[in-house]
Design a protein around this ligand. Sequence first.
Ligand SMILES: [Zn+2]
Length: 617
Amino acid sequence: MKAEQHIEVLGARVHNLKDIDLKIPRNKLVVITGLSGSGKSSLAFDTIYAEGQRRYIETFSAYARQFLGNLERPDVDKIEGLSPVIAIEQKTTSRSPRSTVGTITEIYDFLRLLFARAGTAYSYKTGEKMVSYTDEQILNKILDDFKGKSVNILAPKIRSRKGHYRELFEQIGKQGFVKVRIDGEIKDIVKGLKVDRYKTHDIEIVVDRLRIEDKTSVRRRLFDSIKTAMKLGQNTMLLIPKDQTTPVYFSRELMCPTTGIAYPKPEPNSFSFNSPKGACPDCNGLGQKYVVNPDKIIPNKNLSVNQGGIEPHGKSKKNWVFKQLKEIALHHGFKLTDPIKDIPQEAIEVILYGGKASFKHYNETMKMDIEHRYDFEGVANFIEKTYHAKQISTSLKRWAKKYMDHILCPSCKGSRLKKMALHFKVDNYNISELVDKDILALFDIIKDLPNHLSASKLKIADEIIKEIKTRLQFLIDVGLTYLNLNRGSKTLSGGEAQRIRIATQIGSQLVGVLYILDEPSIGLHQRDNEKLTNSLKYLRDIGNSIIVVEHDKDMMISADHIIDIGPFAGKNGGEIISQGPPNEILKQHTETAQYLNGKKEIEVPKNAGEVMPSIYI
Ligand SMILES: [Zn+2]
């Protein structure tokens, strides 16, 4: 079947449209123009797009449709030749703080892949390059480096954790091992062995003790011990020569050769701030966090506690909190009627960050010591807890925020990532440094990357680099050179978000789609406008139909076809004044022709960058 040449709209009556019929050429760049309120959006969005959406939903199963709901049919008799429709409106794509230019363009996903596959790991403790070995390599290295020496092969089990570990020692003994290394000291596993439960410990299992010689029997035994140690130590092992105390670490994965800290093998999620594997644990990958500001809790130190000086608690009332505050006051020797500035600092600490005490206090009336106690959570702690609570009302959360400051996360300095993620580098940049660069600078770095990677890494990364490069190029093509990938998508203007979506659509290389855009030229400079038009033409040339609701002169002149809706707004609009290729439109005696000829200016709203889709001209 021959593909249809036109989208045919018959009897469109949505809003002010006057029962219009028209043929819109397919696989062309079509501009629908007209005054504000003339009905051009009613035609493009409320008729053509709405019908496209409705048909799309109709293709879903009845089961799926009960969740999606059926869309109302727009007031139109018939639309023929309609392809799947994608509207690219001037709306910010996502309000989520986890969405960035990098994530919505998917470039960040490719960068994560690049770092996981081709990144070089460095120790976050010493800055040294991390090392990764196969068991075979480890075997040979040990044979070379420790020849003639007696060594212990150990498997790390506990790293800097508290506990008595009695069951662990028992279990290790049952597996047939006789010695463990506890906090640097090798000990026999005896019945009932345990350690101080309140102290942090490092515990390693002594897997083998042997003299390293290049003999087949030694080789075989050592290789078995390496395998056992790696299994018990989760791909990490230690070797300690008999006369030394400092262990040498080996890892199947990534090890700092000096300190022995290990990284797990990186995966794309290790670089994702939306995954616990990569996110900074302090801010959960947001790069910013809310912290309690004591000055907001106590805004006026001249007030007393009773006068409401601790703002979240308000003025004195008969409740549990004030009873507790009274006990704190008694313990620290002040009165709830004292101005807060006169209260001892340690009492303020208790009020803010909590504390408990039981004490005796002489009671004048009873002439005896009375037992007192308090166990106070602390206002700041309570606010913090409230803010972070999972199931909590927005109003309570808002209340908590009143006493907090929004700050750059001190742990990740806004990079959103774990320390480990920031110590993988590609061409001396970590992933956070790359997403902070503007698109143009990043493009230059990526373009140059093949010159900075080893042959083996390039082989793995080549395709990924190409993907990143093309996607960056699309962003450059739509004039977004100045953005960086770390930019939160909720801070983008409507026009920027729309152009990112155009770039993403180009990247997706879909064909046979009808794209509908509203005013993509808004806020663009002449030069970028040209780039944008070229991007739309590119989308057309790969086999798509483009409808643009637009009044920009250059865009109209570059179009294949113009549809002019008017003549005026509202009920005096909704008709097709003229349509055809730009050179034909120019010959007519319409307002639009005069505008295109430069004979007439059309008033542009002052806030053209921010207008709602229905009120621009
Ligand atoms: Zn952080």
